[in-house]
Design a protein around this ligand. Structure first.
Ligand SMILES: [Fe+2]
Length: 382
């Protein structure tokens, strides 16, 4: 017996934001909009506020989330929640405001300290109270956090990124409004989109029985191969932007199966050098796939690699091997390859490999990997 979970209500397309506001009319008195200062400056918070106001829904903006959110961001957000007597949360932004909003939601009805809810220590079992509604409005197309059930916060006591997980942390409604991503610059469009691509690919590669997620992952890849070059070339192409938003949500839906070695290799780059997460995946993915191509694979793994290459072929973007197809695709998106070009000293490759090996994502990799394999991929990507 297995259990399959699929996400939440998704409002998609032009008018999705107005659609959310309409649903909140008469339901929500005052929403706390959790976002960051950049999005306030870009006018996106005001766009949300005015849609709400037009339907008699009051709101207050909390813009104190850091790019890698810390415990203090949650505390300040919680203070704003209480002082303003809010009754719903709206997360607006990329992964960071989403993470922060999810954990504010948790702490709105659970007593402190936050650290006791650490998922790695079984903290999910203490999450047992009803929580206020949360609506998620992504402004990037990458993490898919709007359909995710966990939030990551750096705890004060340990300084470590800590995961808070519970099925009920998933937003009640995800709002995919293409125009909200139209202002992303091309390099961010590429980096975030490649994160979504990596989610689909790694989830599809995981060896577990989940045909629903596998179908979603393949279609996500197909959408990305078609839409990302268009969104990269012209950010105002709302059809391409919409397809990328959908693909990002699909990637995160699929990766409930797990991820793989590419994410394990990418995480230490962000931890040590603050490399953008999507860019870190981009810098490592082609060499990780070349490593897989060099290994003896069973028939099932070979079939999965071949299926991904078929999708490149159907898009007219295939090169001789899957790793080369991906490298070609990323090159066309302006990915500046070479870890050496991203402040990574050669002497760091061995400690990076150690960190990557300790990361848990590769536990579900398509084939088991060793410490020396991590070093080999970093060396090839350097
Ligand atoms: Fe990712």
């Amino acid at each position: 017996m297995q259990q399959f979970n699929f996400p939440t209500i998704i409002l998609f397309g032009n008018g999705a934001l107005a659609g959310l506001a309409e649903r909140l009319r008469g339901q929500v008195r005052k929403a706390l909009i959790v976002t960051d200062a950049t999005l306030v400056k870009a006018g996106l918070a005001a766009t949300v506020t005015s849609e709400l106001q037009a339907r008699g829904v009051d709101s207050v903006v909390f813009d104190g989330t850091h790019p890698n959110p810390i415990e203090e961001n949650v505390e300040k957000g919680l203070q704003a929640w209480r002082e303003n007597g809010c009754d719903a949360l709206i997360a607006l932004g990329g992964g960071s405001p989403m993470d922060t909003a999810k954990v504010i939601r948790l702490m709105a009805t659970h007593t402190g300290p936050l650290a006791q809810y650490d998922d790695a220590k079984g903290g999910d079992k203490l999450i047992n109270q009803p929580m206020p509604p949360l609506y998620a409005i992504p402004t990037t197309s990458g993490t898919g956090s709007e359909v995710g059930r966990s939030g990551v916060i750096i705890l004060r006591a340990t300084g470590k990124k800590t995961i808070f997980f519970h099925p009920r942390l998933i937003p009640d409604i995800a709002v995919l409004e293409p125009s909200l991503t139209a202002g992303l610059p091309p390099h961010i469009t590429a980096a975030t989109g490649i994160d979504a691509f990596t989610h689909c690919l790694e989830a599809y590669f995981v060896n577990s029985f989940h045909p629903l997620a596998d179908g979603i992952a393949q279609e996500g890849i197909r959408l990305i191969l078609k839409a990302m070059p268009a969104a990269y070339a012209n950010g105002k192409d709302l059809e391409a932007r919409g397809a990328m938003q959908m693909a990002a949500a699909m990637g995160a839906t699929a990766f409930q199966k797990g991820l793989g070695m590419i994410h394990s290799l990418a995480h230490p780059l962000s931890a040590r050098y603050n490399t953008h997460h999507g860019l870190a995946n981009a810098l490592l993915l082609p060499d990780a796939l070349a490593f897989l191509e060099s290994r003896p694979l069973d028939a099932a793994a070979k079939a999965k690699m071949a299926r991904m290459q078929d999708l490149f072929r159907e898009a007219g973007m295939a090169k001789a091997t899957l790793s080369e197809s991906c490298r070609g695709f990323f090159n066309a998106l302006g990915v500046p390859f070479g870890l050496r070009n991203h402040k990574v000293p050669q002497a760091d490759l061995a400690p990076l490999a150690q960190d990557a090996f300790e990361d848990t994502c590769h536990a579900s990799n398509i084939i088991p990997v060793k410490l020396e394999d991590m070093l080999a991929v970093y060396t090839a990507a350097w």
